[in-house]
Design a protein around this ligand. Structure first.
Ligand SMILES: [Cu+2]
Length: 219
């Protein structure tokens, strides 16, 4: 198996990568079959003095075969990946950590609800581009956009979600390795798009407690 993906620090990363590789190998095989056939035909039927041109109008049996094979592959992949897809995109495991992330030209605005766990209260804490989360815990993200469409992308979490103005999208992840990771914007959102880069800081349990204490000292 090739190993050129970024490291995975997500609890679902391994399963996603498996699907990625299955699709990757299928398309690789198909690519070489198609390109190989094309090169063979180019050489086999190259120009030759006196050779007659033969016209063909397709082959219905062949067309049915490659359409059905592709269709079956697509349906099987869809059915097999459905449980994982639901787990990632539809079911939200319970969590006590919720952070609101708002994409705006050209930053990620991060809003923490504070010790009371509620947004819009006095103990909220807002900062650009720094997403602090605890390791080995489910984190909920409430994703919004202020102006245009952005895309919240954390490669090491295998997580990518468009942020749309006027919508609140809930998503979740669980990071299993402390460290600092990149949150690029993956949707061309204007002239500053390439500089739109947040930082995910995954803290160990003690570090996270220390960060909470330093951010909300009265509590
Ligand atoms: Cu953006």
């Amino acid at each position: 198996m090739l190993d050129w993906l970024p490291p995975s620090i997500s609890t679902v990363g391994g399963e996603i990568d498996k699907f990625f590789y299955v699709i990757y190998y299928i398309t690789t095989v198909v690519f070489f079959l198609v390109a190989g056939t094309m090169i063979y035909f180019l050489i086999r039927y190259r120009y030759k003095e006196g050779r007659e041109v033969k016209y063909t109008h397709g082959n219905t049996t062949l067309e049915i075969i490659w359409t059905v094979v592709t269709l079956v592959a697509l349906i099987v992949l869809a059915l097999v990946s459905k449980p994982l897809w639901s787990k990632i995109k539809q079911e939200l495991p319970p969590s006590s950590t919720v952070v609101q992330v708002t994409g705006k030209q050209f930053n990620w605005e991060i809003l923490y609800p504070g010790p009371d766990g509620m947004f819009g209260t006095e103990d909220d804490y807002q900062i650009d581009n720094l997403l602090h989360v605890p390791v080995n815990q489910v984190v909920h993200i409430k994703l919004k956009a202020l102006d245009v469409i952005h895309s919240f992308f954390v490669p090491v979490l295998r997580l990518k979600q468009d942020a749309l103005p006027g919508r609140e999208i809930m998503m979740w992840f669980e990071a299993n390795k402390p460290g600092e990771y990149e949150i690029p914007c993956a949707e061309l959102c204007g002239f500053g798009h390439s500089g739109m880069l947040g930082k995910l800081i995954v803290h160990s349990a003690e570090d996270y407690d220390a960060w909470v204490k330093s951010t909300w000292p009265e509590n």
